[in-house]
Design a protein around this ligand. Structure first.
Ligand code: GAP
Length: 457
């Protein structure tokens, strides 16, 4: 595999163009000029993202006996967001250039991390700073911009009917903690996992699906005794990095970045990002946080409901502490696209291959009759009918076979099955592997178990 450990800036253009051309991701509402950093997943993109989500769900719930799942509502009681601190604090500092009108989050400006520290301390004066775009020194003072989308429930648009599109899925997990713990008769420590949509009115969305205004999160809150939170935080760091590795991401494309004290939310005892080497640099892929008892305590205070847990082994009442893991499904999908993209020289110039693991590949198998002749189409259709109940597969009979192999390589299909004229008499077909391009011929009767074994690896 030629260049997998070498992310280059041009990779970004290659991936975004392939994603559009081959039906992974389209700009939303494109015929109207787009809809501001929202994206539609096309036929292959929805398969890929569903596979990422399925892998996360399986690893976090099905394969563990200490985590259960929920699917909470997007619209919640507005006081949830007051309790969580989002109404007051879920803000980005926005600076606008008085000359060219360009808007920036402070952290995007040169030396942004240091500027953020000064802003948090209330000591940032941006008046003498040059605009990175036009160089004029006419930047405004930072102003707080709340990232939540506001809407109204019911026919009247007044302050009593305000609702927010959730900016994270985590809050329904906190709010449902007691319902889940009691209905499922869980003892601490245990976790609650959720996959769902989240919405943020980002000031500067961009970098394709890396930062959009509507996205999906895969979040898990692990509830525990306060004395366990530190060790569990370290454990979850390892578990989550191993999951990214199992998706096929090379070790050297992942790293941890621990948050400094002045960068963390005041209630977080520890926070780390799993960063991925995107084509535009190292950026957050997943966040892992030790959120102490902050969220449950705040919901207890604001709702008036006692959310204490009675630990019958310790004979102790306490508010559980929470270790959170939070990763964007869209961002994780983008990361696996980047990690899978590969090019290698071949007779026709360059072979582009998405080296997805079989678990992630949108199609696992492509059935390819050597020609469009009706006698071959008949047998190839019969072969596809055998295969499709077992694995996600596709069928393609247009253009030369070499072109069709390349097309499947480019969308990451691990195996192609070719039906040729000999197949009509010997009832055998050829399996061609994407990565090695090796070919083996096997009886049609053995095809399904052979494909399954090859996909298991
Ligand atoms: N509940 C904690 C939380 O939401 P976060 O760091 O704000 O923490 C967690 O978000 C993850 O959600 C990020 O690591 C990223 O993968 C994803 N994410 C956040 N904002 C996003 C956006 N605007 N577009 C796409 N993904 C986003």
């Amino acid at each position: 595999m030629s260049r997998r450990s070498d992310p280059r800036p041009e990779l970004f253009d290659k991936i975004t163009s392939l994603a559009k051309r081959r039906g992974f991701v389209f700009p939303s509402s494109e015929i109207y000029g787009g809809a501001g950093a929202t994206w539609d997943f096309g036929p292959l993109g929805v398969e890929l993202k569903n596979n990422v989500k399925r892998s996360w769900w399986r690893a976090m719930t099905q394969l563990r006996d200490d985590v259960v799942g929920i699917d909470g509502a997007i619209l919640m009681h507005p006081r949830v967001w007051e309790a969580s601190g989002h109404v007051e604090n879920f803000v980005d500092p926005l600076i606008e250039c008085g000359s060219c009108r360009k808007r920036y989050r402070i952290d995007e400006l040169p030396d942004g991390d240091a500027l953020m520290v000064r802003w948090r301390a209330g000591a940032l004066d941006s008046s003498g700073m040059p605009c990175p775009s036009c160089n004029e020194k006419r930047l405004s003072q930072p102003r707080k911009f709340n990232l939540m989308f506001k809407t109204f429930v019911g026919p009247v648009e007044d302050s009593a009917s305000v609702a927010w599109l959730r900016p994270e899925t985590a809050q329904s997990i906190y709010v449902d903690f007691e319902n889940v713990q009691q209905s499922m008769r869980r003892k601490l420590p245990f976790g609650i996992a959720q996959i769902g949509k989240a919405f943020r009115n980002e000031i500067t969305p961009g970098n394709f699906i890396f930062r959009s205004r509507e996205f999906e999160q895969m979040e898990m809150q692990y509830f525990c005794h306060p004395s366990q939170a530190g060790a569990l935080f370290d454990q979850w760091k390892g578990v989550r990095k191993a999951w990214h590795r199992a998706l096929g991401t090379p070790e050297e494309w992942l790293r941890f970045r621990d948050h400094a004290m002045d960068e963390r939310a005041h209630y977080a005892a520890a926070a780390t990002d799993i960063e991925f080497r995107f084509p535009f640099g190292w950026k957050e892929l997943e966040g892992i946080h030790n959120r102490t008892d902050y969220d449950l305590k705040r919901h207890a205070e604001c709702s008036g409901k006692n959310i204490e847990y009675f630990d019958d082994e310790r004979k102790e009442h306490y508010v559980p502490n929470v270790v959170e893991t939070s990763v964007g499904a869209d961002r994780a999908t983008f990361a696996v696209l980047c990690a899978a993209y590969d090019e290698e020289p071949d007779k026709e110039g360059t072979r582009v291959v998405l080296r997805f693991t079989p678990e992630l590949a949108p199609y696992k198998v492509a059935i390819l009759p050597l020609s469009k002749k009706p006698e071959l189409s008949g047998l190839a259709g019969e072969v596809w009918a055998k295969v499709r109940p077992h694995v996600m597969s596709t069928y393609d009979e247009t253009q030369a076979i070499g072109r069709r192999y390349r097309r499947q390589d480019e969308i990451g299909t691990p195996l192609c099955v070719t039906v040729d004229f000999d197949s009509l008499t010997d009832r055998q077909v050829t399996i061609r592997e994407r990565d090695s391009m090796a070919q083996v011929r096997i009886p049609i009767d053995e095809l399904v178990p052979t494909l399954k074994a090859k996909l298991r690896g």
